[in-house]
Design a protein around this ligand. Structure first.
Ligand SMILES: [Mg+2]
Length: 185
């Protein structure tokens, strides 16, 4: 089960701060695209996410986009962020993570993988010896395969909350209620 647990979980990509990354001792970041920087297949970046990548880079974090999506989608997106990218990466297989590692010029333990999928982003990061931050998907995709995946993910996401891996930030409106629920357990 540990192979499916991220180092940290937060709601949105913009909840990640340079302080979190410094505490994790990472100097490089692998960023997913779909449901991480925008809704699935949507050309519009999440609000504040472009500025957020600039903030991370200003804090000394090297950033690369690694996506399983096609070249057109990934390259157009990377251009908006002015970031290097790898497409058709076949996460969670090791190839894309290895290529990103060479590009970032960092050992795996100094790299954090940021994404919304446990069986893709988190599993691949753990297999590659990298750290990971799991995000909460903003919308549920309607395709059958995605619905199945989310269903399989849900007990693991509950476990991530129970274990205190999920970090509440200002984007969690239900923050206080969740804390009271935790106290009763
Ligand atoms: Mg994704």
């Amino acid at each position: 089960m540990a192979v499916l647990l991220p180092t940290l979980a937060v709601k949105h990509v913009t909840d990640i701060t340079p302080e979190m990354l410094h505490a994790m001792k990472v100097k490089g970041m692998i960023l997913d695209v779909d449901n991480t920087l925008s809704r699935h297949g949507c050309p519009i970046p999440f609000e504040g996410s472009i500025e957020w990548t600039h903030e991370m880079r200003a804090a000394g974090i090297k950033v690369i986009i690694v996506s399983n999506n096609f070249k057109k989608r990934v390259s157009e997106f990377a251009a908006k962020y002015d970031l290097p990218y790898l497409y058709r990466a076949f996460k969670p297989l090791p190839k894309g993570y290895k290529q990103a590692m060479h590009y970032l010029h960092l050992p795996p333990k100094e790299i954090v993988v940021v994404g919304d999928q446990i069986f893709t982003d988190v599993l691949g990061a753990n297999a590659a010896g990298m750290k990971s931050i799991l995000l909460t998907p903003k919308d549920m995709e309607h395709s059958f395969s995605f619905r199945v995946r989310r269903k399989i993910e849900s007990p693991i996401r509950r476990r991530i909350h129970r274990k205190g891996i999920y970090q509440y930030t200002k984007s969690d409106h239900k923050m206080h209620r969740h804390h009271r629920d935790d106290d009763r357990k």
